[in-house]
Design a protein around this ligand. Structure first.
Ligand code: URA
Length: 218
């Protein structure tokens, strides 16, 4: 099942002028890269949605698949595979035939931002695509947000007050029918500084998986 209409920004999405300008610059500088808004990875019939921040310039923006070719993807995809949420060999390429199992991955901001830092206005503008994506997933039972920006954007998309649902690693907010699980972002910075270990990340993914598949038909 593909994304419902409205969930994907158009190829030349003009809504964030700074990001559109950066895209045009990257198309000139890196003509072999994907250089479009990066679409969701996975299908709409799944129970778990993972939400990252934004594509990395030389990772997801190059390959066209969230987290693919980004340092953060190494930990994310190996953890998903270990927990049965992915299968195949992740090779950091969009055509590696690596597949997700009953989960999907998207970003709070679909276009690569300069210096990996989307502006608050860009996060707010791009939320319409996150909201449309969530609305297009009838079986969705859990969202795993990677990092505070993704967590806050998901809260807003779900109509939750951020003050009542503060970001904390491993926090689980049960807001039927969807549980929101928060994790530190699996970025190189967080893993290199020890903010996030592989075990901590695995524990957060496990919580999201448990929330997604609780009471699931066998
Ligand atoms: N790559 C992505 O697609 N998203 C992130 O949040 C980080 C790297």
């Amino acid at each position: 099942m593909s994304a419902a209409s409205g969930a994907e920004p158009p190829r030349d999405c003009p809504l964030c002028p700074r990001l559109a300008q950066f895209r045009a610059q990257n198309r000139r500088q890196y003509p072999d890269y994907f250089n479009d808004p990066v679409p969701v990875f996975g299908t709409n019939d799944v129970r778990l949605l993972i939400v990252g921040l934004a594509p990395g310039l030389h990772g997801a923006n190059r390959t066209g698949r969230p987290f693919t070719g980004d340092y953060a993807g190494d930990l994310l995809y190996s953890t998903l595979k270990t927990q049965g949420l992915a299968r195949g060999h992740y090779r950091g390429r969009g055509d590696d035939r690596f597949a997700l199992v009953d989960c999907a991955i998207t970003n709070a901001v679909r276009c690569v931002p300069p210096e990996n830092k989307p502006l608050p206005a860009e996060i707010g503008t791009c939320r319409q695509f996150l909201s449309a994506q969530i609305a297009a997933m009838p079986n969705l039972r859990a969202i795993l947000a990677l990092g505070k920006i993704a967590h806050d954007s998901v809260c807003t998309a779900l109509g939750l007050r951020k003050s009542a649902h503060p970001f904390a690693h491993g926090a689980v907010y049960r807001t039927p029918p969807i549980a929101l699980v928060a994790s530190y972002h699996c970025s190189r910075y967080n893993t290199n500084t020890g903010v996030l270990t592989a075990d901590m990340f695995a524990a957060a993914v496990r919580k999201a998986k448990e929330a997604a598949f609780q009471n699931a038909p066998a």
